[in-house]
Design a protein around this ligand. Structure first.
Ligand code: G6P
Length: 503
């Protein structure tokens, strides 16, 4: 019988995300070829999808019909060990659902950047239409007892749309980006619809306690009678619409895989090469997707401020700033790229000396995995200063790759990762230019004992709560009879991950 057939007795996992975990490219004959994506989510979910049988439903990322993608999906799915289902989007849908509502409304709003929001009613209409399309694709494949796990802000309505289709499956949702406080969220013209849609899930997961608190505050601010039970990281919220579990589950990385890969001779050699190219100084690293939430221009201003106010630092540090191209069709992103490049030019123009030290080494491209690991290993200081971030996995990857533990993480207090990494990171307010400059100076002169102790504490925590722990906690929270397994963080004992659907 075909894997995933309706009559299958075991409950399966159905993952739904905006993009499928494969990048689709045209082959030489014009046919589509699927190449595995590099995201951590697929690594984490793979063991469960393979053990229990499962399906991943999402957009292939390019315009094309279901029929055109079918052969590539079938062969990629049989190699991967789970089924792949494409939800094709036409050009108008990509424009108004993906670029429009998802990335010009929810993305800026949920990162507290209301002035960048374009509350175009047409965007909302297309968002609801596309979410219904995803829900129909899921409902056609979900059986009673299956667990449907919907990911991220593109698909908040899918749970409610599936209920409207009378689904019998259990429904979970995880938001990878922050959830804003009521004073920001209430600006959304469709605020009630979004809150009600989220309350249709059996479990709603957030990255941080901050986001979980904001969500509950927004329910109350909208005048919904809500009873909150529990004091741990997962609570039960009961409204007139029913019961929803609401929890925080900090996403993570495959710690062991990063650590092992970073320890290879190849990476070691490439990291040494970087120090040879940029000799006699400490390397400060910033790696970000091109995005206005990442605080790149403020970070460059902080680095400039360091060099202006502390001339003794000139020649002693270089900033390697890697910007990975992203969402290039959105005008705001292009404007930002120009601003970053002008600022890099200004700093280098002011301080660089011919044949000598260059303060900022700037790269606008995607790094290969080898390069990424080598940059992490070579960096003496990581400077990660988003204005707001759901989690920020660069911070965790940097720690995992720092196998000598002799380095420093400077981290924005507004990154979700700060809740966990405050035990070892130098926390900064990314808007405080002089404060960030001082943190670089502190990191530069930090005694070795302190560097080692801080990095060791963070690495221990990330190793314990890796991405497999994350999957396991979310799935357990969905089915646990009671929530005593999810105590407040200070009382938490490490749980061995099972990588199995626990039902
Ligand atoms: C963030 C979102 C993801 C998204 C990624 C890349 O991390 O939480 O859902 O996939 O950015 O953005 P893109 O628009 O290229 O999918």
């Amino acid at each position: 019988m075909k894997r995933g057939a309706k009559s299958q007795a075991r409950s399966r996992l159905i993952v739904v995300s905006n993009r499928l975990p494969f990048a689709f490219k045209r082959g030489p004959g014009g046919n589509w070829i699927a190449e595995p994506g590099s995201g951590g989510l697929v690594t984490a979910l793979l063991p469960v999808l393979r053990n229990r049988g499962g399906t991943w439903i999402g957009w292939p990322g390019s315009a094309g019909s279901t029929r055109e993608f079918a052969p590539a999906l079938t062969s990629a799915g049989s190699a991967a060990g789970y089924d792949l289902v494409a939800v094709p989007l036409d050009e108008a849908e990509v424009r108004e659902f993906y670029h429009g509502f998802s990335n010009e409304v929810i993305w800026p709003l949920f990162h507290d950047l209301t002035s960048l929001c374009n509350f175009d009613p047409a965007y909302w209409r297309t968002y609801t239409k596309v979410n219904r399309k995803y829900a129909a694709a899921v409902a056609a494949r979900a059986d009673r007892g299956d667990f449907v796990w919907v990911h991220d802000y593109h698909l908040m309505n899918v749970g409610g749309d599936m209920r409207a289709l009378a689904t019998q499956a259990r429904l979970g949702f995880f938001l990878h980006i922050p959830f804003p406080s009521p004073d920001v969220f209430l600006k959304l013209p469709w605020r009630k619809q979004v809150i009600r849609a989220l309350l249709q899930y059996d479990l709603v997961g957030f990255q941080a306690a901050r986001d979980r608190r904001n969500f509950i505050a927004c329910i109350e601010a909208l005048g919904e009678e809500a009873r909150v039970e529990g004091r741990g990281t997962v609570v039960t919220v009961t409204t007139a619409r029913g019961e929803t579990r609401v929890g925080s589950f900090p996403i993570s990385i495959d710690y062991n895989a990063f650590m092992r890969a970073a320890a290879t001779a190849e990476v070691d050699e490439k990291a040494r090469e970087l120090h040879t190219l940029l000799p006699g100084r400490k390397l400060v690293l910033g790696i970000d997707r091109l995005d206005y939430t990442k605080g790149i221009t403020l970070r460059l201003q902080a680095f400039q401020d360091l060099l202006v106010r502390h001339p003794d630092m000139r020649g002693k540090v270089s900033l390697i700033q890697v910007v990975v191209p992203s969402r290039e069709d959105i005008p705001e992103y292009n404007r930002m790229k120009t601003e970053i490049e002008q600022l890099v030019g200004r700093i280098n123009g002011e301080f660089a000396r011919p044949g000598g030290w260059v303060p900022v080494w700037y790269e606008y491209r995607s790094l290969t995995r080898l390069e990424l690991l080598a940059y992490y290993r070579a960096a003496d200081i990581a400077l990660i200063t988003p204005l707001k971030d759901g989690m920020n996995l660069v911070a965790k990857e940097y720690c995992a790759c720092s196998i000598e533990e002799d380095c420093v993480l400077i981290l924005s207090e507004f990154a979700g990762a700060a809740e966990q990494l405050r035990i070892g990171a130098l926390l900064v307010n990314p808007h405080d230019i002089e404060g960030v400059a001082e943190a670089i100076r502190t990191a530069h002169s930090m005694p070795q004992d302190e560097r080692l102790a801080r990095m060791r504490a963070m690495r221990r925590s990330i190793r314990r709560q890796d991405v497999f722990w994350w999957v396991d906690s979310f799935l357990r929270a969905a089915i646990a009879r009671d929530l005593s397994d999810f105590p407040a963080p200070e009382a938490q004992a490490p749980q061995p991950p099972s990588n199995q659907l626990p039902f």
